[in-house]
Design a binder for this molecule. Structure first.
Ligand SMILES: [Fe+2]
Length: 518
């Protein structure tokens, strides 16, 4: 059935544009007549700045079929931006080509917009019209902003539950969604499919076509589409957008680095094709770290904790994934890095120069220490910041030296809601609190038991809250006086009709690093 429909669509396109036709021919041709909508993956906006945002969509009439929508012709897509929800006040309109080499993804960076306001947008292609999206620009750099509301989310394994967290995020009045990684999962967990009825339905991706199909499957989710259509997103990646626990050019199987980098290039490219981002990757290299600001109220840095990191300390020679060694001298090696020298310098200089009231770090994993004492010795997890303790120390020392105000790390990866204090010497009450941390849980991905969380907290008093048994997201409400965090949650195994509640609330007061119950 799909083949038939796709063929009809392709025939319509070819008739309209002329297969392999020149750009000018394509523009001159009649608009394509779609038999079914090509806007099956929704619309999105991202990278909100005072005068610019990026709009996104992708033409994919049959999105999940490998290798995805395979029409070999370019297709003109019109975009229109409006100042009002009723779409009566046009602000900007134009046409871009959806190109086969970009999987017919469309990225429209718009500048010259007004700061601190909402806009609405829509795409059309021939007789097809997309859903209407809403976006929002950041306030002017010198604006005295009273409030920034962020939805913090991460880790959405398709097979492990439904994306109901995004349904709730779409209904909330937030300025932006901050997604800190594991947007897709490369691996399957078939045990869940019986409960959820959701299966990847394809093998672990290695090629561009396979990563495209995986992204398209995730993007077909109506709740995820709603969160994208309602708010601008700011994103960074973690490991599963490529493969579990990769570090720079090394994957768990110790694949030849040149070959693994080809896979990483395919994964990054597919990621770009499905996200409201302005800059495409260059081969296996992608500029992920970035900086945003919300008037004088907040600066937000997004960090890349995968691409430039040192390989894991004390790896298993058979399979290089995170380990929990009790004795690993390599951890103390000062040359080990989480961010890479260039990003580390860029961040510490940016933090030192910041004049914003709040300084937020959007990054993939947990910064606070989570190691536990065992009869064999102190166990630390080598894939998170615990595996890069000297780099973590440099980051915190820089915050202390420059007296950076109100630093809060906003993380994911570990599938728990967590709130923690960050000290130069973790868990040492004599070491001053220098920053704070919130982790927003996971949209669906399974976390650790409450028994293991209790054990972790026993040995890590800096972690004031940790719940691995529930799924969800975090609502950050940042004002000049305080940064409040509400953990939204529902029990694990998120059904399609899951109901969310408040798991806990924490607050960081202006000028006083550390989290307190609210
Ligand atoms: Fe995850």
């Amino acid at each position: 059935m799909n083949l038939h429909r796709r063929d009809l669509n392709r025939a319509a396109l070819c008739l309209a544009l002329g297969a392999f036709g020149a750009f000018s021919e394509a523009r001159a041709a009649a608009a394509p007549r779609w038999k079914t909508t090509p806007f099956t993956l929704g619309v999105a906006s991202g990278q909100p700045r005072p005068e610019s945002v990026v709009l996104w969509t992708r033409l994919a009439p049959d999105p999940v079929a490998e290798p995805g929508f395979d029409a070999r012709v370019a297709c003109p897509v019109r975009y229109a931006l409006y100042a009002d929800e009723a779409l009566r006040q046009p602000v900007r309109a134009g046409e871009v080509m959806a190109l086969p080499e970009r999987a017919h993804a469309v990225h429209v960076p718009l500048d010259g917009l007004s700061p601190g306001r909402s806009y609405w947008y829509r795409f059309t292609c021939g007789n097809a019209r997309s859903a209407v999206g809403r976006t929002r620009t950041a306030p002017a750099p010198d604006a005295a902003v009273g409030r920034l509301r962020i939805a913090l989310a991460s880790c959405q394994h398709w097979e492990q539950g439904f994306f109901v967290a995004h349904r709730e995020i779409a209904q909330r009045d937030v300025d932006l969604v901050l997604f800190v990684g594991d947007y897709i999962y490369e691996g399957s967990s078939p045990a869940y499919t019986a409960q959820t009825g959701r299966a990847h339905g394809s093998w672990t991706p290695h090629t561009l076509a396979q990563y495209r199909a995986r992204h398209a499957l995730y993007k077909s989710d109506a709740d995820l589409q709603a969160a994208h259509a309602t708010h601008p997103w700011i994103v960074t990646l973690d490991d599963h957008e490529v493969v579990n626990d990769y570090a720079d050019d090394r994957d768990p199987a110790y694949t030849d680095p040149a070959r693994f980098l080809q896979r990483r290039a395919a994964a990054y490219r597919a990621y770009f094709e499905h996200m409201p981002l302005a800059l495409p990757p260059q081969g296996a290299a992608m500029r992920i770290h970035d900086r945003f600001n919300w008037g004088r109220l907040a600066n937000l840095w997004t960090l890349d904790t995968r691409q430039h990191r040192s390989h894991h300390a004390c790896p298993d020679p058979a399979r290089d994934v995170g380990q929990s060694p009790t004795a690993c001298a390599e951890l103390a090696d000062p040359t080990r890095t989480m961010l890479g020298a260039a990003q580390e310098r860029w961040l510490s200089q940016g933090l030192a120069a910041s004049t914003a009231r709040w300084n937020l770090l959007g990054q993939a994993t947990q910064v606070s220490a989570t190691g536990i004492d065992t009869p064999e010795g102190h166990q630390t997890w080598t894939d998170g910041w615990d595996g890069y303790p000297v780099a973590r120390g440099r980051l915190l020392q820089g915050i202390a030296d420059a007296n950076v105000r109100n630093v809060i790390s906003l993380g994911g990866d570990v599938h728990r809601h967590a709130a923690a204090d960050l000290r130069l010497l973790p868990n040492d009450p004599a070491s001053p609190r220098l920053a704070s941390e919130f982790i927003g849980g996971s949209v669906t991905s399974r976390g650790a038991s409450q028994r293991s969380m209790a054990r972790m907290r026993r040995d890590n008093p800096d972690v004031l809250h940790a719940r691995g048994d529930e799924r969800g997201w975090a609502l950050l409400d940042i004002t000049p006086d305080a940064a409040r965090c509400e953990f939204r949650s529902t029990p694990h195994g998120v059904p399609v009709d899951a109901v969310f509640g408040t798991q806990a609330r924490f607050v960081v007061a202006d000028g006083a690093a550390g989290v307190q119950r609210d």
